[in-house]
Design a protein around this ligand. Structure first.
Ligand SMILES: Cc1cc2nc3c(=O)[nH]c(=O)nc-3n(C[C@H](O)[C@H](O)[C@H](O)COP(=O)(O)O)c2cc1C
Length: 249
């Protein structure tokens, strides 16, 4: 069972602040010393004054957009969806055509099984899906694994599918975008695209394994990388090994 400190923190916050701080009734300001300003506000924004305004950031669930492309390593995406489901974080999944082909070749999972791990899933060509717009609020996007083709599309701002469009939206809205890029060796074009996107605000996260944890299996390596990817979103799992110092023999 995974536990997640930020989920517990979010739950505490929503209990602490609801309902008073989420609701501001602007019509109650009429007796303040700022009478003139308030009258101006009321006459120009009367439609707002008559409503109770709330902020969705306090009440909506934490949600992550997960894009999966046709680089080797769809196992990382599957594990990420499993963990996010277990810790109760909403996921919005988009898979490319080549991600499906790679997943079929590299794993025993079917599209239906993987789709069932996500809260919602969308077709790659569905440019009307929520994450296509900046007004759809979420806590960031990861493309895992991220092919060099999609990396190049994101770098160029070439939004011809839902994955590249959603990533483009993340950058323009200054939201967290993590690119689990996978290729080896890397050409000057790949490196240049990565350096450019890092400067544009993305986190470049090649799933390079760490061996200081003394992994016993491939699953250990996957869990370690996925745990570190989730750290990028402020989702800190307690159940994977973190470096503290050299262990005493
Ligand atoms: C089995 C397999 C493994 C692949 N591995 C990689 C890879 O590690 N990195 C990469 O950039 N492309 C890889 N490719 C090529 C991409 O699938 C291809 O460039 C594709 O057009 C990517 O499209 P997408 O980004 O829309 O998924 C692989 C293809 C196959 C069939």
């Amino acid at each position: 069972m995974w536990t997640c400190r930020s989920c517990i923190r979010l739950a505490r916050q929503s209990t602490r602040f609801a309902p008073t701080s989420q609701t501001q009734n602007f019509s109650s300001h009429t007796s303040s010393p700022l009478l003139t300003k308030t009258n101006h506000f009321a006459s120009n924004y009367g439609h707002l004054a008559s409503r109770n305004l709330t902020t969705s950031s306090d009440s909506r669930p934490k949600r992550i957009v997960v894009g999966v492309t046709g680089a080797t390593g769809t196992v990382y995406a599957i594990r990420m969806l499993e963990i996010l489901r277990e810790v109760g974080i909403e996921t919005h999944l988009v898979m490319s055509k080549w991600a499906l082909a790679t997943m079929k070749y590299e794993t025993d999972r079917s599209w239906d099984e993987v789709q069932a791990l996500a809260t919602k899933s969308y077709a790659l060509r569905d440019m009307a899906a929520p994450s296509s717009s900046g007004s759809f609020l979420h806590d960031g996007m990861i493309i895992v694994p991220c092919s060099m083709k999609t990396l190049a599309a994101v770098r160029a701002g070439y939004c011809d599918d839902l994955i590249s469009r959603s990533a483009d939206v993340c950058l323009k809205e200054r939201r967290r975008l993590v690119l689990a890029v996978r290729e080896t060796p890397l050409s000057a074009i790949h490196l240049d695209n990565m350096a450019f996107l890092e400067r544009a605000g993305a986190t470049i996260f090649p799933p390079v394994p760490a061996f200081y944890t003394r992994p016993k299996s491939v699953q250990d390596l996957i869990d370690q990388s996925v745990g570190r990817m989730l750290d990028c979103f402020g989702i800190h799992l307690d159940n994977f090994e973190r470096w503290e110092s050299f262990r005493k023999a």
